[in-house]
Design a protein around this ligand. Sequence first.
Ligand code: NAP
Length: 312
Amino acid sequence: MSDTPEHRKVVIIGSGPAGYTAGLYTSRALLEPLLFLGPTVGGQLTITTDVENYPGFADGVTGPEMVDIFRKQAERFGTTCLADTVESVDLSVRPFVVKAETTTVTCDTLIIATGADAKYLDLDSVHRLKNKGVSACATCDGFFFRDQRLAVVGGGDSAVEEATFLTRFATEVVLIHRRDELRASKIMAKRALENEKITMAWDTTVSEALGDEKLTGLRLKNLKTGEEREEEFGGLFMGIGHVPNTAFLGDQLAKDEAGYLLTKPGWTATEIPGVFACGDAADSYYRQAVTAAGTGCAAAIEAERWLEEQAG
Ligand code: NAP
């Protein structure tokens, strides 16, 4: 048996809309891509309820159904999907080396589509009570909080989506937001504000999550008056944004201060020829499934043309 790692023209890291679209396009270009599925197969869409804003699905579609379709479509044309998580890459050598938990491969081009993960409030008590009443995924965990009073922190689309979803189970959902105006899109904000089960806690932050074995309540602070109070809650859900999954790259590629990958303006190409970044890992602004799919397509086309140029 040879110890030489398997070599591919194209390796894709990540299985969200960006990764699968890159797989679809590079497989249709007969480049036989290998796609690492990563720790959350399907990415953030798997923890999204209904996707109503992806063109082509007039009646909406659930996140898990959508990623299932993406995967089937990518595999139909020859994308190999591997259930493994990339731990490091070496971009200082050619071909590039990609080390995952159980496999090491080399590649001529690398498409990074590792997405982003939900952020948690940086409080010791919140970290301690993770999965003990503190969650970042209403779709995954909402069912366990039936007939309880729940809190969601944040004021963007994630927060209002989580809060709205949780009203299916909760007696009441309190949306805790640090300002007095939601950042969420108008239609989603309106839906949340009109929902009888949702109460707004404006200008408020969580100063501590209370409880030993499991969450029992929150200490809240009104930022306008400075007043602190304790309230009982059975669950606390995070809706405060995301962190890009780019730490495994170390400092081999340029990133912004939040860790999002920087590409050449208007392109998915990074400063290392043959390495492309797409989807939420390189997008702190749009962060939509449709824009991720769009940049996944762009990365695939750029990778294909770059390979053609190298071949002369
Ligand atoms: P986001 O738009 O960045 O909103 C994060 C929210 O959390 C903001 O309201 C922010 O407050 C608050 N926040 C951030 N850090 C905080 C902290 N330390 N303490 C308290 N509050 C904090 O993030 P997102 O809601 O995850 O949305 C990201 C993108 O995904 C957006 O483009 C959104 O449209 C999209 N998205 C779409 C859907 C959908 O269409 N179905 C669902 C989810 C997300 P400030 O407002 O004061 O900054």
